[in-house]
Design a protein around this ligand. Structure first.
Ligand code: SF4
Length: 154
């Protein structure tokens, strides 16, 4: 929902804190998930929690490679060109999208969202890799928890 998308960018800071709490919880629960079988956990986690939550807040397309933490809670998959390192050259002078003039460019919204994060404004300059379509529909939350565990061990 477009209105919620805008709201989420305006409340990027609070949402980032909430996500950090969630990630800490997932890291603690991860050993239990492993015992249960990650594939068994991933499907219900996606279907009943992650997908509906992100769909409602961000119009997420569940690409499985979430960039919300570095794009001010503005999902780049809502860009009509699905540009992951934007904006394109066509963004209008009033900040509206070239393709859909009725909506704000997702990268303008991303910039506004990162202003809320203060310490993370540079994150918008991180070069995002091309989308790996094999991960579409997979849990980005579980992958982020795995990544955090790897970082803690190294
Ligand atoms: S103006 Fe922004 S949202 Fe529209 S196509 Fe270009 S980068 Fe995507």
């Amino acid at each position: 929902m477009y209105t919620m998308r805008q709201w989420s960018a305006r409340h990027a800071r609070g949402l980032k804190h909430s996500y950090e709490w969630l990630e800490r919880s997932l890291v603690k629960l991860y050993p239990y998930f492993q015992r249960m079988g990650l594939s068994k956990v991933e499907q219900p986690l996606m279907k009943f929690v992650e997908q509906p939550t992100k769909r409602f807040l961000f119009d997420s397309q569940s690409c499985g490679q979430c960039t919300l933490g570095s794009t001010g809670m503005s999902c780049p998959m809502n860009c009509p060109k699905t540009i992951r390192n934007g904006p394109c050259g066509g963004v209008r002078a009033n900040g509206k999208c070239e393709v859909k003039p009725e909506m704000d460019c997702v990268w303008v919204v991303a910039w506004q969202g990162t202003q809320q994060l203060r310490t993370e404004q540079q994150a918008l300059h991180i070069l995002q890799p091309a989308l790996d379509w094999r991960l579409k529909g997979k849990s980005a939350w579980l992958r982020a928890a795995e990544q955090r565990i790897r970082e803690m061990k190294s």
